[in-house]
Design a protein around this ligand. Structure first.
Ligand code: 5GP
Ligand code: MG
Ligand code: MG
Length: 183
C-alpha cells in the first residue's frame, strides 16, 4: 500500500519501517542466543501478528516451526471486551515443546494472559512471549513478556498488522488515526 492512499486517515507515524526492522534485528539475535540448541515453536496470533511473525522468523538463524492461532477479543471496535474465544486452534501438539507466542501488541494484557494459561495447560516445556508493541499504561493484568519491541503511549494504533475495522493492516509502519476516521 502506498502511504499516500491513506495519508489523510493518519494523524501521525509513531514507528517507521526502519525502526521496526532494527528492533526486530535485536530481538532475533536474543532469541537465537536464548534458544540455542533447543527446539522452538513460534505461535503467531492471527491476524495482527502476521507481519511481526514473518519479519521476525526470517531474521532467526535458529530453525523453528511456526503455527497459528486465531482468538477474538475485540470485534471491530477499539475497546477490549475481555472475552476471549478461539476461532482457530493450533495444529501442533505442545507436549514438551518450547513455545514462543508472537504478538502484535499487548494492550490490556487480557487476551495474552488468557492465552498463556491456555497454552500452559497443554504440557509444553516452556511458554514465553514476544510482542512488537506494548502499552504499559493500559495494562489491566500483569503479563511476563520476554521480548518487547517498543513500549508506546496508550493510544489506538494501526499498521504493521494492526487494523481498524480490518483496514490499515498492510501499512509497513505504525501510526495513529485521525479523529475523523472514527466518526
Ligand atoms: P489486549 O487483550 O491486550 O487488550 O489486546 C488484544 C488485542 O487487541 C491485540 O492483539 C490487538 O489485536 C488488539 N489491540 C489492542 N490495542 C490495539 C491498538 O492500539 N490498535 C489496534 N489496531 N488493535 C489493538
Ligand atoms: Mg494480537
Ligand atoms: Mg483488530
Amino acid at each position: 500500500m502506498d502511504q499516500s492512499d491513506v495519508a489523510g486517515d493518519l494523524a501521525s507515524i509513531l514507528l517507521t519501517e526502519e525502526q521496526l526492522g532494527s528492533q526486530l534485528d535485536e530481538i532475533a539475535a536474543q532469541i537465537d542466543a536464548d534458544y540455542a540448541g533447543k527446539d522452538l515453536l513460534l505461535v503467531g496470533v492471527l491476524k495482527g501478528a502476521v507481519m511481526v511473525m514473518a519479519d521476525l522468523a526470517r531474521r532467526l538463524h535458529h530453525p523453528v516451526q511456526m503455527d497459528w492461532m486465531a482468538v477474538s477479543s475485540y470485534g471491530s471496535g477499539t475497546k477490549s471486551s475481555g472475552v476471549v474465544r478461539i476461532l482457530k486452534d493450533l495444529d501442533s501438539d505442545l507436549t514438551g515443546r518450547n513455545v514462543l507466542i508472537v504478538e502484535d501488541i499487548i494492550d490490556s494484557g487480557l487476551t495474552l494472559s488468557w492465552l498463556v494459561s491456555n497454552l500452559r495447560s497443554r504440557g509444553p516445556a516452556s511458554v514465553e512471549i514476544a510482542t512488537m508493541l506494548r502499552k504499559p499504561d493500559a495494562a489491566k493484568v500483569d503479563v511476563d513478556v520476554k521480548y518487547v519491541g517498543f513500549d508506546i503511549p496508550n493510544e489506538f494504533v494501526v499498521g504493521y498488522g494492526l487494523d481498524y475495522a480490518e483496514k490499515y493492516r498492510n501499512l509497513p509502519f505504525v501510526g495513529t488515526l485521525a479523529p475523523h476516521v472514527y466518526s
